[in-house]
Write a protein that binds this ligand. Structure first.
Ligand code: FAD
Length: 312
C-alpha cells in the first residue's frame, strides 16, 4: 500500500536587490520540483517590498505549476492604500493571501503616530474578501447554443490564510488572547492558519487542542524553521520573545556554525515535522530562508520527500 505524502509548503522572501533574483529563481525551481501545495512570499510591513514581492509571486505563477501565496500587511496603510495593493495583486492573478497586521516601525509603539486604518489582521481578511467581491461579484458561464445566455454562480472566493502563535504573540497578555485573535480571523473569513515557528511538538499540538476547544475549525498548518546556527537561534528569539530551548541551544553551541550546525538544525526540524504529523497536523510549512538545500534535507530526513524528486 502506498501512503499519500502530506502537503508541504514553503516560505521565501524577496531579495534586497535584483542581483539576488537568479539565485532565488534557482531555489524556486528546486522547491517547485517536489510539487508543494504553495510557495508563500513575504511582504515588508509598510509596503517596503511591494514591487519585489509581486515580482517574485508572478515569477512563481508564470514559471512553475505551484500556486503562489502572497503575504500582505496593513500596518501604516489607509483603507485606500490597502485596497489598491489588494487590487494590484488580484490583477496580477494572485488568488491566495496571508493577511497580516505586520509590526509598526522599530521605535513606534501602538499609541504613537498613525499606525493605519486597519487595526488587526482580521480587518485585512475582510478587506481582501470585499475587494474581490467588488471586482467579481459572481461567476458567469456561457450556455452553449444559447446566444448571450449565461449561468450565474457564486464567485470562487480567494483563499485567505492568517498567522497563529502557538507560544503567544509578544503583544498578547494572556494565552487566550491568541486564541481569541484566531477566532476573530476565522469569523472574518480566513480559511487557513499558519503558525509562527515553535521548538517542541507539544507547543503546536497543545495550541491546536486549545484552538479546537474554543471553536476554531480551519486547518492550522505548523510553520517549521530549521535553525542551523547559534546566531540564527539568537535572532529568532529576539523576534518571537520565546524562551531559549535548552537542548537545541546547547546542541547548536556545541556544533557551531557550518555543516555541523546545519546537521543539528536539520535533524531537529525533521523530528518536529514527524512528531506534529503523527499528532494530526494537516501538512508542513517550511521557512526556507531562500535556500532549498536545507529544507529539502529536512524533508528527506523526515521521510517526506523521495530522493528522485530532488533536482540536481
Ligand atoms: P494580529 O492578529 O492583528 O495580532 C497579533 C497578536 O497580537 C494576536 O494573536 C494577539 O495575541 C495580539 N493582539 C492583537 N490585538 C490585540 C488586542 N487588541 N488585545 C490583545 N492582544 C492583541 N510580518 C511582515 O511584516 N511580513 C510578513 O510577510 C510576515 N509574514 C509572517 C508569516 C507568518 C506565518 C507569521 C506567523 C508571521 C509573519 N509576520 C510577517 C509577522 C507578523 O506581521 C507579526 O507577528 C505581527 O506582529 C502580527 O501580525 P498578525 O497578523 O498576527 O496580527
Amino acid at each position: 500500500m502506498t501512503t499519500v505524502p502530506p502537503p508541504i509548503s514553503f516560505e521565501i522572501y524577496p531579495p534586497r536587490s535584483d542581483d539576488g533574483l537568479p539565485a532565488l529563481y534557482e531555489t524556486i525551481r528546486h522547491l517547485a520540483a517536489i510539487d508543494p501545495q504553495f510557495i508563500s512570499v513575504t511582504f515588508g510591513a509598510g509596503g517596503s517590498t511591494r514591487d519585489r514581492s509581486l515580482g517574485v509571486l508572478t515569477h512563481i505563477l508564470r514559471e512553475t505549476s505551484v500556486p503562489p501565496l502572497a503575504h500582505l500587511t496593513c500596518v501604516g496603510s489607509t483603507y485606500a492604500d490597502a485596497g489598491a495593493v489588494i487590487r494590484e495583486f488580484l490583477d496580477a492573478g494572485i488568488t491566495r493571501f496571508l493577511a497580516l497586521r505586520g509590526d509598526p516601525p522599530v521605535g513606534l509603539g501602538e499609541d504613537d503616530a498613525f499606525l493605519g486604518d486597519l487595526e488587526s489582521a482580521a480587518q485585512l481578511v475582510q478587506l481582501i474578501d470585499r475587494v474581490q467581491a467588488e471586482r467579481v461579484p459572481y461567476a458567469e458561464t456561457p450556455v452553449p447554443g444559447l446566444d448571450r445566455a449565461a449561468v450565474v454562480a457564486p464567485r470562487e472566493r480567494v483563499q485567505i490564510a492568517v498567522a497563529a502563535f502557538p507560544n503567544g504573540h509578544p503583544r498578547s497578555r494572556h494565552a487566550h488572547e491568541d486564541i481569541d485573535a484566531l477566532l476573530a480571523k476565522e469569523a472574518a473569513g480566513a480559511t487557513l492558519a499558519i503558525t509562527q515557528l515553535f521548538f517542541r511538538p507539544d507547543e503546536y499540538l497543545d495550541f491546536v487542542d486549545r484552538a479546537r476547544t474554543a471553536g476554531v475549525r480551519m486547518p492550522i498548518l505548523p510553520g517549521i524553521m530549521p535553525i542551523t546556527s547559534p546566531a540564527r537561534l539568537r535572532r529568532v528569539l529576539e523576534l518571537t520573545g520565546d524562551a531559549r530551548p535548552a537542548d537545541l541551544g546547547a546542541a547548536l553551541d556545541q556544533a557551531g556554525p557550518g555543516e555541523a550546525g546545519r546537521a543539528v538544525g536539520t535533524a531537529h526540524a525533521a523530528g518536529l515535522a514527524r512528531a506534529v504529523l503523527q499528532g494530526g497536523a494537516p501538512g508542513i510549512h517550511l521557512y526556507a530562508f531562500n535556500n532549498h538545500d536545507t529544507v529539502l534535507a529536512v524533508l528527506r530526513a523526515a521521510g517526506l520527500c523521495p530522493e528522485q524528486e530532488i533536482l540536481v
